[in-house]
Write a protein that binds this ligand. Structure first.
Ligand SMILES: Cc1cc2nc3c(=O)[nH]c(=O)nc-3n(C[C@H](O)[C@H](O)[C@H](O)COP(=O)(O)O)c2cc1C
Length: 399
């Protein structure tokens, strides 16, 4: 059966998202990230181009693993300066009708009670077009600035995420019954207290006794995205997410990753085909292949080595300043480097990479096309066959 491809654009409320150094290109507009028009223009272009959604990445913290400082990241605008993504969404929703919005928000640094309200508010304002990319965060610098000595241990962050989501589900799905809002002018009753329930959550990490503060929004629970690449991350995604974001450079690796996620979803009792999987792909378009290729070569000449190293060091936790730019990384094939290589190389998976090649691979992990896509927008964004969790007062587990 023919299946429809889904398209998400990928951006971040900063200058240098995934292409370090490209900010210096004369045609670059990313420095205008502070202007609302940059975002409303983008939203309108995406809607006109029949995209399903705009996925907005975010990190809280600075990339300070390379050379043990944040200087390279700061010099090259490697995801710093970075503004908060949340306030971009309402204005973009106002100028579009169908486009969905995938908001990245870390659950490691904010309590679920105010967070659930933030997302319900956005779901109301976008008329049900909001999604949440659930991240557990990977930068130590973020944790330190929020008063933690270090990040919580990797797998424990996902355990924490499970309970976080449970609190959110209770607030979104279980607190306000359908029909709780009466707006009855005659009887002067706006909402019916008998249909609004305290969630009485008592867990290992959170205690939330009260009701959700928002009336039910169009989707209640936003579309749930996840992008964990580790085994525990994929397990969490397979159990919880509707959309999974992966970064596989070749069909072989993509097939392997997708099969793994679908197998885990089936084991968790879900219909594995209902999970939408988005692969990260940079596509450079031009009127002809030759023009697109020329553009690509031009962009590659702007790649910043130190900007790329700051990014890869932050992702992997390995200080790449320990290596010469042309030194083969044959003794450092840890999982972390392997995943960086997998994410940004397009060639032989057994190749031994040098930092230089990684930098270039990162900034130029693109395919060059001169094609157009004809398709209808999806009015339901990315929600597909998702089964609403049945959180009612009587089914809540007691701890
Ligand atoms: C395509 C893609 C996009 C991601 N975007 C973000 C992001 O915007 N913010 C973030 O904190 N993590 C982001 N991540 C990282 C993951 O969500 C996850 O935190 C990270 O991979 C560590 O978890 P893991 O060890 O399970 O892989 C992204 C990962 C992928 C593959």
């Amino acid at each position: 059966m023919a299946r429809e491809i889904r398209l998400n654009a990928f951006d971040m409320n900063c200058v240098g998202h995934q292409s370090p150094g490209l900010w210096a290109h004369p045609r670059d507009r990313s420095w205008q990230y502070k202007d609302l028009e940059y975002w409303t223009d983008l939203a309108k272009i995406l809607e006109r181009g029949k995209f399903d959604g705009l996925f907005i990445a975010d990190v809280l913290g600075i990339y300070d693993v390379y050379n043990g400082t944040g200087d390279a990241a700061i010099r090259q605008a490697t995801q710093v300066p970075v503004n908060d993504p949340l306030s971009l969404i309402a204005p973009m929703a106002l100028v579009t009708e169908h486009l969905g919005f995938g908001l990245t928000a870390s659950l490691s640094f904010e309590h679920p009670y105010p967070f659930a309200r933030r997302l319900s508010t956005l779901d109301h304002l976008t008329r049900g077009r909001i999604g949440w990319n659930i991240v557990t965060s990977y930068l130590e610098s973020g944790a330190r600035n929020l008063g933690q000595q270090a990040q919580t241990e990797h797998d424990a962050r996902y355990d924490y995420a499970e309970e976080y989501l449970e609190v959110c589900y209770k607030l979104w799905e279980g607190s306000w019954e359908e029909g709780a809002v009466l707006r009855d002018r005659e009887r002067r009753i706006f909402s019916d207290p008998s249909k609004i329930h305290e969630i009485r959550h008592v867990g290992k990490h959170f205690q939330v006794p009260g009701i959700h503060l928002c009336e039910p929004s169009p989707q209640r629970t936003p579309v749930l995205y996840q992008a964990g690449a580790s085994s525990r991350g994929k397990q969490f995604a397979a159990e919880q997410a509707e959309c999974v974001f992966v970064a596989a450079p070749s069909k072989v690796l993509l097939k392997k990753t997708v099969a793994d996620i679908r197998r885990r979803a089936a084991e968790a009792g879900r219909d594995p085909r209902k999970i939408l999987i988005f692969n990260l792909q940079t596509v450079i378009v031009g009127e002809t292949d030759a023009k697109a290729k020329a553009k690509f070569d031009d962009y590659k000449s702007y790649v910043s080595y130190e900007g790329a190293m700051a990014l890869i060091s932050g992702w992997t936790g390995i200080d790449f300043s320990r290596f010469q730019p042309d030194e083969p990384l044959k003794h450092v094939h840890t999982n972390a480097i392997q995943s960086a290589v997998e994410a940004f190389s397009t060639a032989d998976p057994n190749k031994v990479w040098t930092p230089n090649e990684l930098a270039l691979g990162l900034a130029s992990a693109a395919s060059v096309r001169c094609s157009s896509v004809a398709r209808k927008p999806s009015p339901t964004c990315c929600r597909s066959g998702w089964k609403r969790p049945t959180w009612t007062v009587s089914t809540w587990p007691t701890r």
